[in-house]
Structures are given as C-alpha cells and as structure tokens.
Design a protein around this ligand. Sequence first.
Ligand code: CBF
Length: 819
Amino acid sequence: MKKRGQTQQFDKASFKASVKKHLVTTYAQNIETASDKHWYLAVGKALAEISTGNLLETEKRVANAQTRSVNYFSLEFLIGRLTGNNLISLGLYEQISDAVTELGFQLTDLLEQERDPALGNGGLGRLAACFMDSLAAQEFPSVGYGLHYQYGLFQQSFLNGHQIEFPDAWREAEGYPWEVQRSELNQFVGLYGDVSFYTDDEGQQHRRWNPAVTLQGIAWDLPIIGYQNQSVFPLRLWECRAPVPFNLAKFNDGDYVGAQQTQIAAGNVTKILYPNDNHDQGKVLRLTQQYFHCACSIADIICRHLKNGHEINSLSKFEAIQLNDTHPTIAIPELMRVLLDDHQLSWDDAWAIVSKTFAYTNHTLLPEALETWSEALIGELLPRHLEIIFEINHRLMAQVEAKWPGNNEIKRKLSIIAEGQSRMVRMANLCVASTYAVNGVAALHSELVKRDLFPEFDELFPGRLQNVTNGITPRRWLKYCNPQLSALISEKIGTEWPAHLEQLEAIAQFATDTQFQQRFAEIKKQNKQRFADWVADNLDIELDTNAIFDVQIKRLHEYKRQHLNLLHILSLYHRLLNDPTFDMHPRVFIFAAKAAPGYALAKDIIYAINKVADKVNNDPRLNGKLKVVFVPDYRVSLAEIIIPAADVSEQISTAGKEASGTGNMKLALNGALTIGTMDGANVEIREEVGDDNIFIFGLLVDDVEKLKAEGYNPHTYYEQDSLLKASIDLLDNNEFDATDCAAFSNIRHNLLEGGDPYLVLADFADYVNAHNRIDAEYHNQTQWVKKTILNTALVGKFSSDRSIRDYVNNIWHLTALPQ
Ligand code: CBF
C-alpha cells in the first residue's frame, strides 16, 4: 500500500491491453469497428479492475483497524458520472488521457458516452454522493447503503413546451462498468405474515415474526475512490429479486405469467426511484422499498460485525448509522427486532445499542415532506415492527409524562402515533426519540428545527439537536468541472486545495490584481462559450457570451420560486417594449429543472417559461437583450457545464423553506454571484463572502411568519405596484401562447386567488431592485470580477470535507484509517 498523496501505480501498456481485452472478451467487439460507447465501457472496466482491487484491500484495512465505521443510509445517491471523477481521484487523468489517445480516441469524447446514474432526485441525493466522496477522501471507514434502482430519475424532454417523462435505464444493456456484484453478501428479507410466541429451552417466552413473503437482496458495490489516497469504500446498492425466480411446474402447465409472478413482484421493489423531491407519497411500494433497503443493510452490518469477531453487544462501538432524512427510519425497529428476536437481547440491552447507533439528519421543514405511514399499512406489511414502534412510543410517553406531568397537549405533539380517523406513524418523531443525534443542514435550518419543529424534543433531550452545515465536494465541483480555473488556482496557491478547500482563501490576495482578474474573467468567458456551444448544438439557440448568464438550476418547486424569476423576466420584457428610457445589459436567463410528474403547477411553470423563451428569443424588438433557455433533462453532467458558465446564481426561495441548498455553494465556488434570500445556507454564504459580494433581498423568516399571521393579501401588492401588475397581467393575455394559455392562468390564479402561498408578490419589488443592482454593478467589470474572485476564494467552508469532519467530531466519532 502506498502513502496518502501518492497516486495509483500505472503501467500504460498493460492498461491499454486490458482495455482491448475487455473490448473483445467482455463486450464482444472488434477493435477496428467498436463504437465510442464500447470503448468507454472497456476503459471503465479496465479502471474498475484497479478500484475493485483497492476496495477489497481497504475492506481488510478497515477490519484490521478495529475502529468505528459509519453506515450512510440513503434512499438516494445522485452520484453522477463516475469515470472522469474517478480518474481524478485515482490521480490518473493525464495518463489515461494519453493512453486513450494512443488507442485513437479523445478521453473527453469517451467520457461523454457515460449515462448519468441518476439514483436521486436533487439536493438530498447529491449531498449523499458528496459525503461519500469526502468520507473516502479523508479515509473514514464508511459504507453507503442505497438501492439499485433499475430506472433512475426519469429523463425529461419537452414537447411543445410541456414536460414529458421517459424511463431512465441508466445501466443500459451492457451494464454499468464500475459496479461489481457481491453475491456472498446477498440477504433475505421478509414481509407480511404474523407474529407468534414461542418458548425457548430455558422456558423464556419470545416473539417471532413469521413473514409470508421472502425477497432476496442482491448486493452491488460501486467504488467510492478516495482522492489520491488509494482507499476505496463501497456504495452498496441492493437489488430486489425473488429467491425462487421461476416456477417450472406452472410454466409446464402453460401458466407462463404465473410462472414468473414472484420475480415480477420482487423486481418491482427496486424497479424505480420515486420521482418526488421534498414530498411524501405514502405508497405501499415505497414503504416496501424503504424496508427492503433497511433490512438488507442492517443484516449486512451485523454480518460484518460478527465476522470481524465482535460481540453483538458491542455493535454501537463499531458501527454508526446515519439516516439520511426519515426515508430509512424503519431501520430503527428493524435493528430492535433483530436484537430482540434473533439475538434474544432484553429490551433495555437492545435499546442501549440502538439508541447509541443511529443518528438522523433532517433536510426539510415542509409539512408535505415529513413522512407519516398509516399504522394499518405498517401493521400489515411489518407486524412485528409495529409492535416495536408501539413499545418505543409507550416508553417515550412515559418520559414525557415524567417531564410534563398531565400535559396531554405535549404528549399529542411528541407521540410517534398521530391520533385521528386513521392513525399514522410519524417517522420524524420516531427518529428523534430513538437516535443519539439529530441534525439540521444549515445554521438557520437547524435553529428552525429546534424552534419550530421540535421545541419540546429539544427540551426533553438537551443537546441532541445539532447543526451540520452541508457542503459539496471540491473535486467534482471545481477540479473536475472547471479544469481551467483549477489550473489557475493551482498555479497560484499550489495543488493541495482540492483536499483542503480552506486554502482557497489565499487567492483573495489576487482579487485586485489586474492580470489575475483578466485571466479569471477569460476563464469565465471560455466556460460561457463551452456552454453556449452546447446550447447551440443541442437546442439551436445562439447565446452571446457578453451577456450576463443568470442561472437557476434545481428541482421545480413553488417554494424555490422559479415563477418569481419568471415574473422578473416578464417585467424586463414589459419594460424593454414599453419604456423607452429603460436599458439593460443583455441577460440570458438559464433554467434547468425537473418537475415531479404529478405536480401540476410545477409543470405549468416549466411550460410557461418555455413559451416565454420561444417568444423572447425570437422577438427582434428586444434587440437580443433578453434570452431565456430552459435546458431539458437537468442532471449532474449538465450541472458540470452550466455551473462554471454562470455569472449570477439564483437562490430565491421563500425565507424558511429551503433547508440549505447546495447549488448555491457550487455556483459561488465557480465564481457566480448569488442573488438570494436570507434562507438556508445563503445566510452562511453571505457571512463568508461579505455583504458586498452577494445580492440579498426579500423578507426574513420572521417577516414571512408575521405577514402570514397578519393575513397576507397578494392583491394589495398587485394593485400597488404597476410593474408587478403589468408582469402578472402578461400571464393572462395570450401574449406567449395563443393556443393553450391554461398554464399561464393557473400560475396567475395561484398567485392571486390562490393566496400566493410562497409570497412571490411580497418579494417581487425587492427582487427587482436586487436585479437592478446586478445590472448596474456588472457594468463595472473590474469590480465585478473582483467580487467573483472573492466568491471563489471565500467559500472554502462549504467543502463537504468540512461537513464530514463536523459529523465525525460531533456525531460519529470515527478515526481515519491508519496508512
Ligand atoms: O440537505 C440536502 C438538501 O436536501 C433537500 O434537497 C431535501 O430534499 N430536503 C433540501 O430541500 C435542500 O435544501 C438541502 O440542501
């Protein structure tokens, strides 16, 4: 094993031979005629030989180290393409690029062949991917546990401006070159059935779950390659299959469908990623997915623990489990069940382990995203787990009674079971009651978790509620996606910054250096050109790179307020056409966003933006001052092109609604200036970059609450602000769509008659002012470039390496692997 900081040993000749071997033997291609795609697959396979070897080696080192590991449980890992990023982590980018050139190809072309593994919806899943990268980079023993969805997040395209969705078969027919099946780790999982008593040889009574259905969990490992340290940790994804996939007797009787029924049913469990971001759907299949994920993962952890020679009682000493949101909460009663029923521990002993093993991250305050499951459904699918949940609740209620005697109001609030017509299990309450640490994901969000969501829990369990501000991996989100800026930074401050992002502060000294400013600005221009070329090639829209590139890329959601951005665009359109005194620097508004397929208003907003884009991009009266681009099928690999090209980053959620945001961090790191509300991590970005280098606007959290309490009336704003009125009226006069203007009037209706739940109208005037400041300040290019340099320099705090160290020091208590 080599020392940290050294790169993987590499022999070009044998690498090339391995690529050719895979091309022929794995993919059955002729070297002379194979397509780029097959070459990419073969390169991936040849590289995976290195990473799989290192994965097994790292597993041994973890076992020998006898230290605690973290198990990151998440229903989503939005990892993005692995090949390019893995080359950076292996430290082999240049060597492989040379080798591929000698084989007759451009590495960048081959990398474009990889389909994004879109195994997540948005921020939560991408955060999990950044965290895995940072755990590996710092060599903290870790396993990511997720699901091996057959179809990832749907592919989006636009048909006459409307979103349409297609299944995303991310693995393609040939399979994904980076994954390896670990059949020795496969698990069995029960479902349904009943619970019975039995008496053991010593006369002790026990509970036993007799599942009616059994599923098989197939383990697939993806390598998480530590940045230039040769450690590789697994992202373990479970695929669901039937233990007996095929009924030959039925087939022989001519019942061809019946013969495969169990396999079809099992396959459905991991068929598809639910496409909802920040929204709970309450479907049986989703609970089955959650349980399947948790049961396989808990079983795997216990197998590893016992295999490493430890007693079951010492589980929490060696294993921490982080629940990424409430989605894997059912792991809590599952571990209790295993300890009570399979290992026959007493309740107190089992609880002592469970409550020292689990920690929970809350990612949202939105009520529609706080998961609840019907008691009846849990009882049917997981009867033993429901009993255990009742017992946890019973004991919780006893603690509440002891603290607030006779206070039924608090009991009702904290109870894991919500009373009502149909009783519901509140997963967040179960998490807070059963874990030793609960964290929010940005300072403001964590304060609101304490103040608004769980104030009584905070009193009952002092110190349990904490904050860990989110972060992003600098490897993917600067070094890989912005190679020219990375090279410039390395030239000035050395090459250590990707592993120590706080070092970027040293480039602040060059913020006023004319030569540095020119080079920084030139790189931004080239990145804008790269994106403009992509847009020209793929969307047939010409963009002028002298324009301000103003970017809003994130899931489509009312609270994120893409419609506020749209109203501002309409206001510019109105002013350009009606106010001869008005002028502005040319601006390109760039959107990318997927809407959940069932979210009608979100889809209307996409449609409206597309229609406005059609009109303004082709209206000669606007003199090219205003362009709008809605990039279809937003995904990690597109973010990698858009983010380095951004001048302005739109982070405009209603205050109190965006838990953190991480796109805000990526854009600032790449030198975009934020226009944002005092929400989520914007607050901390402002603290870091300083008031002069960010455009803050809008109501604060307390203002929002006050305004709502006073009885917010959007009509007042509409009547009093003529620019707002003109912009909203543009939604209702067929200006952009003569055939189908329902989407426009739905948006207008939501904002006026619908009460404008996210206070778009209340923030409009201040938002327009902030944009006017941007326009004015962009004219002074020297000042502008200085601000962009300072953004890059001063956001080192938002490295996910720092987030992981916060988790390690304050929650997980891990030690890095020894060399
Ligand atoms: O913490 C990561 C991200 O999670 C969300 O995307 C989520 O799904 N709850 C939040 O909406 C983001 O604010 C947050 O950055």
